[in-house]
Design a protein around this ligand. Structure first.
Ligand code: HEM
Length: 88
């Protein structure tokens, strides 16, 4: 975990969907959002809408100008593996 070779499947992602353990996929990358949760200007509940899921669409609808990639650099877990097509 933490290496850029790590990949996360949608079902692995889905296991981290609580406030104490929240992962999220954004633009092809999976982040551990747990340390950021309390700092999100939009609040905890908004972030929880995409807990354990791909939040890209929601993220872009609300604030596509926010540079999540840079903000969440230290929270990066790895690449979001979408080869399992049944989840798309
Ligand atoms: C603001 C929702 C993910 C960073 C907001 C606001 C909402 C929101 C509703 C507006 C708050 C307001 O104006 O009162 C969401 C949802 C997310 C999400 C539903 C899940 C997909 C993220 C992520 C980041 C982020 C991953 C970056 C790490 C920010 C920032 C603002 C903000 C910086 C303030 C933007 C500004 O005022 O220009 N969010 N957010 N959000 N969010 Fe998110």
């Amino acid at each position: 975990v933490g290496s850029n070779k790590t990949t996360v499947t949608p079902s692995q992602l889905a296991r981290h969907n609580t406030q104490g353990d929240i992962w999220m996929a954004i633009r092809g990358k999976v982040y551990n959002m747990t340390p950021y949760l309390d700092f999100h200007p939009g609040g905890v509940d908004e972030l929880m809408r995409a807990a354990g899921k791909d939040g890209t669409q929601l993220f872009d609808e609300i604030h596509n100008w926010v540079n999540a990639e840079s903000m969440l650099e230290k929270c990066l877990i790895g690449k979001f593996d979408l080869t399992d097509m049944k989840y798309l």
